[in-house]
Design a protein around this ligand. Structure first.
Ligand SMILES: [Zn+2]
Length: 193
């Protein structure tokens, strides 16, 4: 008696799609919709303000290593290493872990401390404050109000009008330029009388 072997020939359609990321450099479409999502990060949104509660394991899966280190392990980037330290573009800074709006570029100032610095958050709920007594110092830690990512610290030696200095790790910031219309408005004050 011949053993009957059922041969399962499962036709696997392997779609070998070539990932051709040959984007038209320097030809960005006008009025392009701002990216409010990130492919690998299901919680990332610039508009959803609902609280994000993920486990550390989940965060580790969706965040790049450098962002995970700052956001979840309260890391600190080396001073003077952030491109945002002396960055002067007009726009909004978002939490790189969840997309929550954190700071407007017009509240950014040159603190000389080596990290991007702001004197005021975008709203009262955009940031959470926690006492931090690590490293033999009494400081106030700042966390993202939506996902509780570690951002940096806030000190009371900032410029007017708040007198505060939000000293923020550039790694945890995502920057998006102001819309063209908004920019024009800022550059050319309306003179329609
Ligand atoms: Zn966040």
């Amino acid at each position: 008696m011949k053993p009957l072997y059922s041969i399962f020939l499962i036709p696997i359609m392997v779609c070998l799609q070539q990932c051709s990321y040959s984007q038209n450099q320097g030809h960005s479409p006008k009025n392009s919709i701002m990216d409010t999502t990130k492919k690998d990060n299901p919680v990332y949104s610039n508009t959803d303000s609902s609280t994000v509660n993920l486990t550390e394991e989940e965060w580790k899966k969706i965040l790049p290593a450098d962002i995970y280190h700052i956001a979840r392990q309260k890391g600190t980037e080396r001073p003077w290493t952030s491109k945002f330290e002396s960055f002067k573009e007009t726009g909004t800074y978002y939490c790189a872990a969840c997309g929550n709006p954190l700071f407007k570029s017009d509240t950014k100032f040159e603190s000389g401390c080596g990290w991007p610095s702001f004197y005021e958050p975008i709203s009262k709920t955009s940031i959470i404050y926690l006492p931090d007594s690590t490293h033999g110092m009494q400081r106030v830690e700042t966390q993202c109000g939506r996902c509780k990512a570690h951002l940096g610290h806030v000190f009371e030696d900032g410029p007017p009008p708040t007198g505060l200095r939000y000293c923020i790790n550039g790694v945890i910031l995502d920057f998006k330029k102001a819309e063209e219309a908004d920019k024009k408005y800022r550059e050319k004050p309306q003179n329609n009388k």
